[in-house]
Design a protein around this ligand. Structure first.
Ligand SMILES: Nc1ncnc2c1ncn2[C@@H]1O[C@H](COP(=O)(O)OP(=O)(O)O)[C@@H](O)[C@H]1O
Ligand SMILES: [Mg+2]
Length: 335
């Protein structure tokens, strides 16, 4: 039996310490009813796809019902006047430093077009992901153009590294890696010129932070400013989440995992399907914590964690699942 007899404001007050999936009696529509899909007919799906391509709106978007923890205007006022501090928070120990051996093999680059270089590296028999944060002097190194608005303004890799490092310190300490909601993390490393030579062999045309290349990486290393990296568990054959590979079961797993991340007092900060990986054994993991904020930053509020849970729920039940039913990639004029 499920119930809607809960008060969203009370859920907010105990979020993330109390798991919304463990509220008794279970909350109505936290896991929506899959029966929504039963009414789909080929004609209906075709008509919806046509509308979606023209308007950018999938009219099946609300067929999984309403998100169960919607706050009203009065609740917002209450939250503003009486914020609930995250007083149970205990800071974790910092992420430990590891040594990347000189004979680590750089196997391949994962995201050739991304701003953060990511490599599969082999250390002994173990394959790992190495996410690299080079040294960049923002104002002198970046070629700023007028086309950047605030949102697109590139962020200093040092800040991105600090955020990802802080997030994994929290996630590891809270057991979120061990529970497989996110990759395991093997610490942070500093790369040496030997590693840069190894990168040159596998990615001679390496580009990062808009316009930088290997010569920039070498120049900074010669100044003693070595790139930093985060070592992570590698998932071979992982696919980014999309309308094509999403499923009802994966959706519940992923939203539960988002709560586990929040319970470690980590706000992900980039809730997008590209940051959810679907693994061959039909599991999902959240990746990419370089836009995250942890409660070690006093600016992070309980409300932000609570709102991000809503955003995650929407991503699956308002967008990816309804888009899958009509075969739409979510883009105006798409597919
Ligand atoms: N642990 C991993 N195992 C396998 N692939 C990964 C892993 N981490 C990242 N990737 C791949 O690299 C892409 C970019 O990773 P992400 O951490 O999101 O970096 P960015 O900060 O550039 O967005 C992911 O979408 C995924 O395709
Ligand atoms: Mg990403």
């Amino acid at each position: 039996m499920t119930s809607n007899a809960h008060n969203p404001l009370d859920v907010y007050r105990t979020y993330p310490e109390k798991n919304p999936y463990e509220i008794e009696p279970p909350v109505f529509n936290l896991v929506p009813c899959q029966a929504a899909e039963e009414v789909d007919t080929p004609q209906l799906k075709k008509a919806c796809l046509n509308i979606a391509k023209r308007t950018g709106i999938n009219v099946l978007q609300l067929t999984y019902g309403q998100y169960p923890f919607l706050l009203g205007e009065l609740d917002d006022e209450e939250i503003e006047t009486k914020p609930e501090p995250l007083s149970q928070y205990q800071p974790p120990p910092p992420l430990s430093r590891s040594i990347l051996p000189d004979d680590a093999i750089f196997v391949s680059q994962l995201n050739k077009n991304g701003n953060t270089p990511i490599f599969v590296v082999k250390i002994g028999d173990d394959e790992r992901v190495l996410k690299i944060y080079p040294e960049v002097d923002m104002y002198s190194d970046y070629r700023y153009t007028d086309s950047f608005d605030d949102e697109d303004q590139p962020v200093d890799p040092k800040i991105l590294f600090a955020k990802e490092k802080e997030a994994y310190a929290h996630l590891l300490h809270a057991g979120v890696c061990e529970q497989r909601h996110v990759p395991r993390c093997y610490g942070w490393v500093e790369l040496t010129p030997v590693h840069i030579d190894a990168i040159a062999c596998v990615a001679p045309k390496l580009k990062y932070c808009e316009s930088h290349d290997l010569s920039h990486l070498r120049k900074k290393a010669a100044e003693g400013r070595f790139p930093k990296g985060i070592l992570l568990e590698y998932f071979p054959r992982a696919k980014r989440l999309s309308f094509k590979n999403v499923s009802y079961e994966l959706s519940e797993q992923a939203v539960r995992s988002l709560h586990a991340i929040h319970a470690a007092y980590v706000h992900h900060g980039d809730i997008e399907n590209r940051n959810v990986l679907v693994l061959p054994d039909d599991r999902v993991v959240w990746v990419d914590f370089n836009a995250s904020t942890c409660t070690s930053d006093p600016k992070l509020t309980r409300e932000q964690l609570f709102l991000e849970f809503h955003k995650g729920w929407n991503m699956f039940y308002m967008y990816e699942l309804p888009n899958q039913r009509i075969g739409w990639d979510g883009l105006l004029g798409g597919l």
